[in-house]
Design a protein around this ligand. Structure first.
Ligand SMILES: *Cc1c(COP(=O)(O)O)cnc(C)c1O
Length: 457
């Protein structure tokens, strides 16, 4: 093991915590494309977004110029309940791998929601309250976002109406119950409460739902209820802005230790934790002040960056949301039913997509049995039982550390450990039993999704 001159855990003090979020769009030469009207494909002005989203969040969504946004005091106060999050030196993983690399991870699982999603939930709930709204609606897949939003809404005294993908609602009753404990109303989606839900149930009776479908329901309820708006836990520019707290803290902690990251790795579902972690580093790369290798890791069974198309696409199944230009598999793409590792959204954050398109970051895909193998290795030596999503980053961090073992290079590797896996034990069970399989979609499978892309470009 490397001589332990650096502590196992590094925390910033409350004083050292960032007081502003960082907006990478201000440093991007090629800005992400604006949200567009799903009926015409034309860019949407702020007014057109107001029935759906909170006003101040729309301003953040559309602002490509302001580099830093002050974090409101009320949000900072809540952050201080569970932040700063630790930057952990993975000494025991290094020892297991016998690598000269320095491996660090930024751990975002140390709050009740069990993931980084609370960083944006608390900001979004704050702006909704400030606007005088009664409540917000949202969708949740595995339940982390819904949990985070329920916590934030109970803190600020807002109603929280969550549409939860039916299969998760049934398979993860405890996640649902955490949301109920925080006072949220949780409805399995598709439901009979909305026109979109009814239409989907009529066309596909017995369907267990999808994220895209739950989004459509949540948007419909928001636009048709007085005093409600819709909030989203990933993909959007505003969410990446709020999540920049992860990267800003990580960078400040590394600076404090006198370490400079060589490789930065994050898992990519909708791109929010990845964007939050990497953008403060990507900033220096965009300004040509520093170089970093930045790697987005996605599941081989839902490979939006590595095999998707860079195009305007629908964000939801019901096609009620604005269009986003992103790397996408098409809103009609449905990951194979054996896929247990999360990160199953068909698209990717427009910011992450543009950075990837411009070669600022790279992307790779990994198969789920390899992901769980890495998860188990990590859990056994580092103590934390990681979320399957986070384990995609662990897998690639291990691969990179093993490359350093070959070359003898003492690279500094930083990855995002986005959350804990306590509610994913069916997936761990399948891995432990040896019944978990891999599925890589064929080009023909992907064509089905691409056929669902909108046609007016
Ligand atoms: C939601 C989630 C992700 C993926 O979402 P991103 O927006 O891509 O960050 C990753 N890890 C955990 C633990 C999550 O809850």
């Amino acid at each position: 093991m490397t001589e332990r001159t650096i502590p196992y855990k590094t925390y910033l003090t409350e004083e050292e915590m960032p007081k502003q979020w960082y907006n990478v769009r201000a440093d991007m030469k090629n800005k992400p494309a604006p949200l567009a009207d799903p009926a015409t494909g034309n860019p949407l002005p702020a007014e057109a977004l107001e029935p759906v989203f909170c006003k101040e969040l729309i301003a953040q969504e559309l602002d490509n110029d302001t580099r830093y946004f002050d974090i409101p005091k009320e949000v900072l106060d809540f952050y201080k309940m569970y932040r700063p999050s630790p930057l952990i030196r993975a000494y025991y993983l290094e020892k297991l791998l016998d690598t000269p690399a320095h491996i660090y991870y930024k751990y975002e699982g140390g709050n009740t929601s069990g993931s980084h999603k609370l960083n944006s939930a608390i900001a979004q709930a704050y702006y909704a309250k400030k606007q005088g709204l009664k409540g917000v609606t949202t969708e949740t897949g595995a339940g982390q976002w819904g949990t985070a939003l329920s916590m934030a809404c109970s803190y600020f005294g807002l109603d929280c109406d969550v549409y939860m993908v039916k299969v998760s609602y049934e398979q993860k009753p405890f996640r649902r119950e955490v949301m109920n404990t925080y006072g949220a109303a949780v409805t399995p989606s598709p439901s009979m409460k909305t026109n979109v839900g009814k239409a989907i149930l009529e066309e596909h009776p017995g369907t267990t739902g999808s994220l895209g479908c739950a989004i459509s329901e949540a948007v419909e309820v928001a636009v048709s209820s007085e005093g409600y708006r819709y909030v989203l836990g990933s993909v959007l520019n505003q969410v990446l802005l709020h999540q920049s707290i992860i990267g800003l803290e990580a960078k400040a902690a590394l600076d404090k230790l006198g370490e400079k990251a060589d490789i930065i790795i994050g898992c990519a579902g909708g791109g929010s934790n990845l964007g939050g972690l990497i953008t403060p580093f990507a900033a220096e790369k965009l300004r040509e002040e520093n170089d970093y290798q930045i790697i987005a890791v996605e599941p081989a069974s839902c490979p939006s960056l590595t095999r998707g198309k860079f195009a305007y696409d629908f964000c939801d199944t019901g096609k009620v949301c604005p269009l986003a230009k992103m790397y996408t598999l098409g809103s009609g793409f449905i990951p194979s039913p054996n896929h247990a590792g999360g990160l199953r959204y068909h698209g990717m954050s427009p910011v992450v997509s543009q950075l990837y398109h411009d070669g600022i970051i790279e992307a790779t895909s990994v198969e789920q049995t390899a992901v769980f193998d890495a998860a188990v290795k990590f859990a056994r030596v580092e103590g934390i039982l990681p979320a399957p999503e986070s384990s995609h980053a662990i897998k690639v961090a291990i691969d990179e550390a093993l490359k350093c073992k070959e070359t003898g290079e003492e690279k500094v590797i930083l990855f995002g450990l986005t959350g804990t896996g306590y509610f994913d034990m069916y997936a761990y069970e399948a891995f432990n039993n040896g019944t978990m399989t891999d599925y890589i979609p064929t080009d023909e499978d992907l064509e089905i999704g691409f056929a669902s892309l909108p046609k007016f470009e």
